[in-house]
Design a binder for this molecule. Structure first.
Ligand SMILES: *[C@@H]1O[C@H](CO)[C@@H](O)[C@H](O)[C@H]1NC(C)=O
Length: 232
């Protein structure tokens, strides 16, 4: 399989049109490599008669380099990718925000390195494999509103991946102190990180089995039923 990938990469590289910009070439190569990856992994899963869904978990801890008076945010982020290459679904489940933070918005992003040796500071910049501007990075998850000291949110349609050449597995998820300006801040930092401020908490994404996701999906169904009862 590795030989197949290498051979295909070589072909892709040779076939690239010289008139394309470097960025276009990278995008083009990424699309082709992803396609090959999907085909190979999809076929392998089908051969074994298995569900091809991938799951990952990220156990959020306060940054080791954070001042003691800052919010100590803990919790987890769960990811599910129905098949390799498909868009991601995610659950964000965080707590530890103070009462005065009720209603405030916090940016959450994937950063380049799964290195927490200097707290969240050593996770590097946003993971940006295609050299594009914020907020087009694969891990630009946007803003999350705090409610009653926590964040509990299901999101789908995320472009990050748990497989293939640009997998976020082994990289970091960072919860920021401020709101993401989504590239509209009018300065250079806005197009790199959305001016989202200090890194409150973070974690490293690791693969996991389907059980944590199943538990959250059940919790979501329960909350929806409760909401329906309230509004009925
Ligand atoms: C937080 O804000 C929500 C509305 O956004 C409100 O329903 C809730 O009661 C508030 N909680 C606290 C602890 O103030």
């Amino acid at each position: 399989m590795l030989a197949l990938l290498c051979a295909s990469l070589f072909l892709v590289a040779c076939a690239s049109d010289a008139s394309l910009s470097t960025e276009e070439q990278i995008r083009d190569m990424h699309a082709k490599v992803t396609e090959i990856w999907q085909e190979v992994t999809g076929r392998r899963a089908a051969d074994r008669g298995q569900d091809a869904a991938l799951h990952a978990i990220c156990q959020v801890r306060p940054s080791a380099s954070l001042d003691a008076e800052k919010p100590q945010v803990t919790g987890f982020v769960l990811f599910r990718q129905p098949v390799p290459g498909a868009q991601l679904e995610a659950f964000f489940n965080l707590e530890g925000f103070p009462p005065e933070a009720n209603g405030t918005k916090h940016a959450i992003h994937v950063h380049q390195f799964g290195d927490l040796s200097q707290g969240c500071e050593s996770t590097g910049p946003h993971y940006n494999p295609l050299a594009v501007q914020h907020p087009q990075h694969p891990g630009d998850f946007g803003n999350f509103a705090v409610r009653d000291g926590g964040i509990w949110k299901y999101r789908s349609g995320l472009v990050a991946s748990l497989s293939g050449p640009h997998s976020i597995v082994g990289r970091a998820v960072v919860v920021h102190e401020g709101e993401d300006d989504l590239g509209r801040g009018g300065n250079a930092a806005s197009l790199e990180n959305g001016n989202a401020g200090r890194r409150l908490a973070c974690c490293v994404v690791g693969l996991c089995g389907p059980a944590p996701w199943a538990r959250q999906a059940q919790e979501r169904r329960k909350r929806r039923r409760e909401n329906e009862c309230k509004t009925a």
